[in-house]
Structure formats: C-alpha cells, structure tokens
Design a protein around this ligand. Sequence first.
Ligand SMILES: C[S@@+](CC[C@H](N)C(=O)[O-])C[C@H]1O[C@@H](n2cnc3c(N)ncnc32)[C@H](O)[C@@H]1O
Length: 277
Amino acid sequence: MSEHQSEILEQHYAGGDIVAGVKKALGDIGKAEGALKPEELSSIDQFHVRSLLATKDLAAAAEPQRDMEILDIGSGLGGAARYLASAFGCRVTGIDLMQSYCDAAAMLTERCNLSDRISFRQADALALPFPDARFDQVWTQHVSMNIADKATLYSEMHRVLRANGRLAIYDPVRAGSEPLHYPVPWARDERTSFVPTEAELKQHLQNAGFTVRSWEDKTQVALQWFEEMEKKWAGTKPSPLGIHVLIGPDIRPMSTNLRTNLREGRAKLIQAVCEAR
Ligand SMILES: C[S@@+](CC[C@H](N)C(=O)[O-])C[C@H]1O[C@@H](n2cnc3c(N)ncnc32)[C@H](O)[C@@H]1O
C-alpha cells in the first residue's frame, strides 16, 4: 500500500485521539472504571454491519474451538477477539494498521480481564509479522475493501494458516453495474475502496489456495437489521459509545449510503468460511 493511501486511511479511521475518545465515551455512560463485559462494548467495538450478531453468525459458521490460535486481521477495537476468547476460550492475536486502534483494543481487553488470551499489534495485512502455519484459524470482517492488492492479502492469510485451517470472512462485495454511493463507513471515496465482485472474491480465494466450505449472502438479513435499528432508535439520542468516536459524525451518512448500496443492489454482504488446501 502506498504511503499516500496509508495517510488517507489514518485520517479516515483515526483522525483524533482514539484512546482518549473511547475512555471519555466510557465515562459518559458511567463506566469510567471497573471491569467491563465484552458485550457491553458492541456499539463501538463491532465495526461492521449487524454488529455482534454478525460476529456470532460468523463464529457459528467457522466453529472455533477452545485454545485454538486465531488471527483477526484488521481487528479494529478488538470486539471479535474478545467474543472469540470469552465465548469459546480461543487465544486471539489481532493486527490492525492503526496503532491507536491496537492501543484502544488492548485497553478494553484489560478492562474485560481477557489480556491473558488476547494480544494486539500494529501491522499491515499485506506483510503479516508471523511465521508460516502459525494459526489454526484466520478471521476478518470488513477490512479487505481497504486493500487493493488482493493477491497478496489472501496469500498472506493462507501462509500464516496451518494446513486445513479455516479462514472466516464477512465482507461487502460489489454487485450490479452501478457504482457505489460514497462516502461509506470504510472510505470517503474510491482512493481507498477496492470492493471486488462476488466472482472476483471467489477467484482470489481459489488462487491463494483456499477451498470454499460455506458461502452465505447476508444482504437481506442486513437490510432487515438496518430497519429494526431505525425503529429501535427513532427519536432517541445515540449512545456516546458509538463508532462516531472513531470516525466522527459523518458515520451517519456513511451508514445510510451503505444501506442504500445494499438496497439498490450495488453491493452485497458475504459471509464465507474457507479451508486452506
Ligand atoms: C471497518 S473497520 C473493521 C474493524 C473490525 N474488523 C470490526 O469488524 O470491528 C476496518 C479496519 O481495517 C483496518 N485496516 C485497513 N487496512 C488495513 C491493512 N492493510 N492492514 C491491517 N488493517 C487494516 C482499519 O484500520 C480498520 O480498523
């Protein structure tokens, strides 16, 4: 990835002081101190459509087991890592391009008393700082759209995964012939948005050495979820502990555009589990 693209991503995801912002938001909901439960954080630490529900669905499909070593690529604030560790007893390593997200993820993990099972480190998904076959599963949600070099991305995932290990994916793909509406939650414009079609994604996975074990279109459940959330939150003030702490108030029009892209058939959401050949 070019330095220019990294700078745009940094500005997009981590324009402010992320750790201070998350701590302030925790204070605003009366949780400045003391132990936290992982599920209390889902409004800020599940940065993808359908929040914790999507993470639970992906885990049900990937079937992580106790003490498995899992790598979460683009781990954000670490919500999936804490879910996999607390619900299944996995050992999780998260990597993210944003140092400040890794710092906030470590702080939240400490507050959840899960630091013995989870660690975070700043790294680029295109150059994973791990030896071959280091992990039992690789996990990624809503990250690949920021990465142009899909061949390197999926071959790096394959390299660090043991033979027959599973790759769990939850990502948007492009559909139809109309362009996406921007901004979306992962990018303000096409300079850092590289969304493949479903067929392209399958081809990248195949080329990297993966066999698809399950492939589910989650678009309709996502649209229902948007509708339910709209009804649930109508007329109420949004929680101070939200994705706006990371991205700023533009997260609202970004989410609306993503919903419109799904509704108009310009994008779909795919949940897939693949196995390393
Ligand atoms: C939309 S957020 C999703 C975060 C997390 N997976 C989740 O679902 O809550 C996308 C994340 O991908 C990270 N990211 C983007 N490009 C990356 C790269 N090349 N390597 C590692 N992380 C990257 C961003 O920093 C951001 O945290």
